[in-house]
Design a binder for this molecule. Structure first.
Ligand SMILES: [Zn+2]
Ligand SMILES: [Zn+2]
Length: 307
């Protein structure tokens, strides 16, 4: 340690560990601001940002610091709406814009208009998603409808479509959106039975078809015991698919034989469309009742799981 170090404040000490310790005891906002601006040690800067309380210093750091991590940290302590609005619209880094959007509160018109602007124009899907989430609280229906049908990102469309109630738009989305999860979510608010039964038959994703069918019948239930059947119970995975093939071959010679290894799955009658749950499938097989006595159809494994 040199002679001059004796007169140097500890927050300017050459050893970063000493500086970090010193910062944790500082309250002077100007000194803390200087540490945030100039210290080479990220932890010392980090501690200093945490101790900032002065509104104008925080706003300045949030708007101008060279590190996005520091800007984001400062944004998390900013309350001034106009500062947050400016950062949400203009910061170069999406992490910082996202943090600002997250802090934009209130349902007053100017806030809704700003969120709408961000939700439709920001080039980052995470930021748009955050803005849509804030809008959901304000329930800006027209705008959400636009986002639900036009956003490039499937997660953003999915979250917006939750608020859409317009049946025509939901029908359009459920028939045309390229991503299964958006179509799946659109079904939640869809009440039009014609569309639902069309989707239950024609969608190319088994989860979407299942969801539409459940919606039509208020949950898919077992014909024999009345228990509700889940998607996973009715759709075998890859291993189940392989075992099924082995079983089908041996079942030709002994229809009552159902090895323990076979993944139990709900089945559907190929004639009347009624379902039986996996437990009832097993009972029926052991009893040799593999057909539906009511209609003469056969209970069959329907399909395999979509990823
Ligand atoms: Zn059952
Ligand atoms: Zn039947």
């Amino acid at each position: 340690m040199g002679f001059l170090d004796l007169f140097r404040p500890r927050w300017k000490h050459p050893d970063p560990v000493v500086r970090r310790m010193a910062v944790t005891g500082l309250k002077d906002q100007q000194i803390l601001a200087e540490v945030v601006r100039t210290d080479q040690d990220w932890l010392a800067r980090d501690y200093a940002v945490e101790r900032l309380t002065d509104k104008s210093v925080l706003a300045e750091v949030a708007k101008t610091h060279g590190s996005w991590e520091i800007r984001r940290k400062a944004v998390e302590k900013v309350y001034d709406w106009s500062v947050l609005a400016e950062i949400a619209k203009t910061d170069d880094d999406w992490h910082v814009r996202q943090a600002a959007v997250h802090r934009l509160g209130g349902s007053e018109p100017e806030n809704q208009a700003l969120l709408a602007q961000i939700a439709t124009t920001d080039n980052n899907a995470v930021v748009r998603y955050g803005a849509v989430m804030r809008l959901l609280r304000g329930k800006c229906k027209d705008l959400l409808a636009e986002i639900a049908s036009d956003d490039d990102d499937a997660d953003v469309r999915s979250v917006a479509v939750k608020m859409v109630e317009d049946q025509n738009l939901l029908t359009e989305i459920v028939k045309t959106d390229p991503h299964w999860h958006v179509r799946w979510t659109a079904i939640e608010n869809l009440t039009d039975r014609t569309t639902l039964s069309e989707i239950a038959k024609t969608d190319d994703n088994s989860r979407v078809r299942w969801h539409a069918e459940s919606k039509l019948s208020d949950g898919i239930k077992c014909r024999d015991c009345g228990k509700r059947i889940s998607y996973d119970e009715a759709h075998k995975d890859a291993l189940g698919q392989a075992m099924e093939l082995v079983w089908e071959t041996s079942a030709a010679s002994n229809p009552k034989f159902m090895p323990e290894l076979v993944q139990k799955a709900a089945r559907r009658c190929d004639r009347c469309g009624k379902w039986i749950c996996s437990a009832c499938v097993e009972h029926r097989f052991r009893a040799g009742m593999v057909t539906d006595a009511n209609c003469g159809g056969t209970f069959k494994t329907v399909e395999y799981r979509d990823p």
